[in-house]
Design a protein around this ligand. Sequence first.
Ligand SMILES: Cc1ncc(COP(=O)(O)O)c(C=O)c1O
Length: 382
Amino acid sequence: MQVSNGQNKYYAESEEVKPLRIKDAERSFLISVEGKKYIDFGSGWCVGNLGWKNPELEKAIKNFNGPTYISPNLEYEPWIELAGLLSKIVPGKLTKCFRATGGTEAVEIALQAAKSYTGREEFIALDGAFHGNSIAAEGLVSDSPYFNWKKLKPPLNEEKLNELEKMLKTKKVAALIMEPISMNLGVMVPEFSFMQGMQDLCRKYGTLIIMDEVATGFGRTGKLFATEYFDIDPDIMCIAKALSGGAAPIGATIMKEEVGESLKKDNYPYSTYGWHPLSVAASIANVRFFQKHWGELQENIQFMNEYFRQRLSQMEFKKPVKMSIVGMAMNLDFGKSDYGEKVTKRALKNGLIVFEGITMFPALDIDFETAKAGLDILEKSL
Ligand SMILES: Cc1ncc(COP(=O)(O)O)c(C=O)c1O
């Protein structure tokens, strides 16, 4: 296994030593430069929901014969087509779709829209959550010197509503932003009653609800969008990652008509590479794939969810574990112990990729043989 030492001269690596160099990808496998095949239970953190090199997506990209680039001040038919497709599949009454290059930008646009519509400056996010890599997105969740935004601490149950009401009562909060099921907080599921109460309180005090579906969107949790579990009506939704299945960078912020109109008038969020033609072609093919195959995908998710649940519950972990499994999103929490980290490293040596912790996001269409082989490796690595 070729291991870099984290000291590339020109390429700025993240701090940790990268465990392997990837040359190619195929369905639920990643292939290293040495030609070794790894089973991928990570899907690039909720990007490759249809596995890598899905044939229908590949065809759309290979056959793409459109313009190199379109300036945002012009019009492009596929932009209108993609916006129309998205507003039909997202829950609630979200109809105005803004172009973004990825999740962080989609979140930025959502925050700007909420500020513009409400005329307020404050935000509420979940303590320890993640919404992107900009100063604003970081500021939402960290003790940032730039912003004094409010953090709501999980667990999200009915008792938490009192605390939330105190925050909202000031009528200074533009929006509450959260993942409907938090992938970044260990596949954390809020209580249904919290979500209902949260919606009532936000309406009462004029605060908008932003659902960040950047990671949960496109089937990851077993619903097309995780918001659907809670029967709520968000004002703004952010999507990215699996929107193009990893084929090209893209993000989108979809909002209610009146919120979108306010943002358009106030400060239209210009984005040079937002909805690049190639990304749009890949995303249209991706959405159409979901429209055509969602039934089969759901069956596989249900089957695999039960299979993973059963296998994981029978495994003999060497430390106490708290499991959270929703659809094809799985988190094994070993508390403060570094056991998860050790298992992740051993699994990698044995040919399985999972996120440290352990967090797993297998492709929604993974086949039984690959799922079994991956779980066998995990078991062997305990
Ligand atoms: C919930 C959530 N929001 C936003 C982002 C940022 O997305 P991007 O990396 O595409 O900027 C992420 C990235 O992991 C995410 O998980």
